[in-house]
Design a protein around this ligand. Structure first.
Ligand code: PGA
Length: 257
């Protein structure tokens, strides 16, 4: 892939005032130290999205905004939900779909993940599809089959070669634990995922890694793990660590040319 992709998933952190500060800092840093080989995306909570997109527009920033979730329905009596078209009107360009926290804490099953991916691409936004096994599945050596099945189910009914689909491999045991997958584990999984994506005719999709990525390990993972970028949680909440991760991807992609 010609450019890496780094997404900061803020989860349920930072109110809209704090979000404005962090967005301004990251936008200023990228304006002074451009990372031409990286697409940078911020995924704040719903209530921060308009503030974040306003800052990005005002600064003419290359950074874009993502939502952390969206409804699979267009509109109607779905209390608490937010539709893809509402997000689009706010200037949001992508949506994270099926993050493991939504799957495990809010019972988002494979069918709902699939219909949400379809709703996002139908609505003209990019879908960042999250997949990844839990520790028991990894210990049982069933992670490859599990992830292949997640991809098969999530991409059902999505038009082939759809460039709007990005995949984020996030082993659940590595999320927020400080226990990153080894570069060998990541490399093996990238190959499993890419093989399945080409079998499903989605070979243009970028494949990211997420799970305890930080300023110290990003360079090694992007170089040796063969990833197209990162979905970053905790380390995206601080300008310095997020900038270091973006910088590591930019340097790695510069060397690949
Ligand atoms: P983490 O989260 O970087 O804090 O492990 C990653 C994610 O859940 O997207």
């Amino acid at each position: 892939m010609s450019k890496a992709l780094v997404i900061g998933n803020w989860k349920m952190n930072l109110d809209h005032v704090e979000a404005v500060h962090l967005t301004q800092q990251i936008a200023a840093l990228l304006a002074s130290r451009p990372a031409d080989r990286v697409d940078v995306v911020l995924a704040p909570p719903f209530v921060d999205l308009r503030s974040v997109t306003s800052v990005l527009e005002a600064e003419h920033s290359v950074i874009t905004a993502a939502a952390q979730h969206a409804s699979d329905r267009d509109n109607g009596a779905f209390t608490g939900e937010v539709s893809v078209s509402m997000l689009k009107r706010l200037g949001v360009s992508s949506v994270i779909v099926g993050h493991s926290e939504r799957r495990t804490l809010y019972h988002m099953d494979d069918a709902l993940v699939a219909s949400t991916v379809r709703a996002v691409v139908r609505g003209g936004l990019d879908a960042v599809l999250c997949i990844g096994e839990n520790l028991a599945t990894r210990e049982a050596q069933e992670h490859d089959d599990f992830v292949r099945q997640q991809l098969l189910s999530a991409l059902e009914g999505v038009q082939e070669s759809n460039e709007r689909v990005t995949v984020a491999y996030e082993p659940i045991w590595a999320i927020g634990t400080g226990q990153t997958a080894t570069t060998e584990q990541i490399r093996d999984m990238m190959s499993t995922i890419r093989t399945q994506l080409s079998a499903l005719r989605f070979s243009t999709s970028r494949v990211l890694y997420g799970g305890s990525v930080n300023a110290e390990n990003a360079a090694t993972i992007v170089t040796d793990g063969g990833v197209d970028g990162f979905l970053v949680g905790g380390a995206s909440l601080k300008t310095d660590s997020f900038a270091a991760i973006i910088g590591a991807c930019n340097d790695c992609y510069a060397e690949r040319r």
